[in-house]
Design a binder for this molecule. Structure first.
Ligand code: GLU
Length: 464
């Protein structure tokens, strides 16, 4: 069997949801590990929730992450189109087949009737499920009516028995059929529901492993009933953990940033994001925290995925990203910073500053706040320098007189001056630091002065 996995994002948000990034990672790694294919299918059948531009961002984000897919809406593939809205005639054809074989039926119930039915059910403390009113209609009559009347098509869920499956992560999962709704398969607008479309497409696209988050478990029995109704072979199912807030609730916009675009804007590395997500339900053999995607592919086993992961912890991701920054070569880090700031910073200064800040930043957006004074004169000073006018005049004279403008030489001269002035190094350098950078905390001062150049350093000591 060829392993074929997929993600099936709906273009209903700002970008790829971080939970989808996690699902994509697991599907990608599992496919690569097994020499299989990883597919992206866009599930855009819920027309009311579509967000313009979302699909484009989702695909661009997958590429940015390096989770390159083998087949997808913008790639040729043997099972195109990979966008559900372009596959409508297919769903119609398959749903007709279900009606013909008595596995599904037309339903003409109006919104008003359904609302009233639900109201009564809820009032009686019952679960709101369809009361199967149209299930009893005579088949040929219903078929006639469907030609002119607004309708949906529903799945005829068996009234007895159980639907069970063996989840590759969770083991046997079983549902009582009588608790399952006669699910709508085709909506009155002619669009399929998620349930119909996902089964038809996973089958036609020869998906071997459906790997998705826990939240889809309750849909799986409906899907299995559909596979059986079509007499199709079942794929393997695996439901991984859902990303959670520290209070165990599902990761939500209120408590954590959920769109990948936020993480990009903050300057997280794609490698660090994937490495962090990998730890959400899996551990590297030996318990290592930092590993590459390639290493993960080598070691990964789907059975090792835990059904519940640790809470999503932004602080830990930040720490991990810092590790990636420290691991980067200076030249690579320079390019990343240049890219991140859209090549608007002078490259020579960025290059010189990288060794000074590489230990101090955790993400790329930390870079500019720390180094801004290298690019422009401070606008504010964290210390009132009025009473240090004379000292700063002496400093600037000493700097001016230096024969060689190198960090160590600058440092020696400044220590000498502090001694002459009988000032503690801490006070002396604080004054100089604030005059030059505006801030009490900055990257190493002597090196920063070297980068600024003599003229600018002297200027800042005189004009603050
Ligand atoms: N369209 C669903 C989603 O938005 C796909 C769920 C599945 O993987 O079956 O995630």
């Amino acid at each position: 069997m060829t392993v074929r996995t997929r993600i099936a994002p709906s273009p209903t948000g700002e970008d790829l949801h971080i939970g989808n990034v996690y699902t994509a990672l697991v599907n990608f790694v599992f496919a690569r590990k097994n020499g299989g294919k990883f597919i992206v299918r866009i599930e855009d059948t819920d027309r009311s929730r579509l967000v313009k531009g979302s699909e484009k961002k989702i695909l661009a984000s997958l590429r940015w992450l390096g989770l390159d897919y083998d087949e997808g809406p913008d790639k040729k593939g043997p099972f195109s189109p990979y966008r559900q809205s372009e596959r409508l005639p297919l769903y119609r054809k398959y749903v007709d087949r279900l009606v013909d074989t008595d596995k599904a039926y037309y339903c003409f119930c109006t919104e008003e009737r359904l609302a009233e039915m639900r109201r009564v059910q809820v009032k009686k403390g019952k679960l709101p499920v369809y009361d199967k009113f149209c299930r009893q209609l005579e088949k040929n009559q219903a078929k006639q009516r469907a030609k002119g009347e607004k309708h949906v098509v529903r799945l005829k869920v068996p009234e007895k028995g159980r639907t069970s499956f063996n989840d590759l992560i969770r083991g046997e999962i079983s549902f009582e059929n009588r608790l399952l709704d006669d699910q709508v398969l085709l909506k009155s607008d002619g669009f399929p529901t998620y349930h119909l479309a996902v089964v038809v497409d996973d089958h036609l696209m020869k998906v071997s492993h459906v790997i998705r988050a826990e939240e889809w478990i309750s849909s799986t029995p409906k899907h299995i009933l559909l596979y059986r109704a079509f007499r199709w072979e079942l794929p393997q199912f695996a439901h991984g953990p859902v990303l959670r807030n520290p209070d165990r609730s599902k990761l939500s916009k209120r408590k954590n940033p959920v769109w990948l675009s936020w993480y990009r804007k903050e300057g997280y590395f794609s490698e660090a994001i994937l490495n962090y997500l990998a730890l959400m339900g899996w551990s590297f053999p030996g318990g290592r925290d930092v590993f590459t995607l390639e290493e993960m592919i080598t070691e990964f086993k789907l059975e090792d995925l835990k059904p519940v992961g640790p809470a999503f912890d932004l602080k830990k991701l930040e720490w991990l990203n810092g590790e990636y920054i420290r691991k980067s070569q200076n030249s690579k880090l320079k390019s990343r910073i240049m890219d991140f700031y859209q090549n608007e910073l002078p490259e020579d200064i960025v290059e010189k500053s990288v060794p000074l800040i590489r230990e101090r930043i955790k993400k790329l957006s930390d870079y500019l706040p720390l180094t801004e004074f290298l690019f422009k004169r401070p606008q504010n000073y964290e210390l009132d320098l009025k009473s240090y006018r004379q000292l700063l005049a002496d400093i600037s004279a000493k700097l001016h007189g230096l024969a060689s403008w190198q960090a160590d030489k600058i440092g020696e001269a400044m220590v000498e001056l502090a001694r002459d002035k009988q000032l503690k190094n801490s006070e002396f350098f604080m004054v100089l630091r604030v005059a030059v950078s505006g801030k009490k905390i900055s990257p190493p001062l002597n090196e920063s002065l070297e980068i600024l150049g003599k003229k600018e350093a002297v200027y800042r000591c005189q004009n603050f």
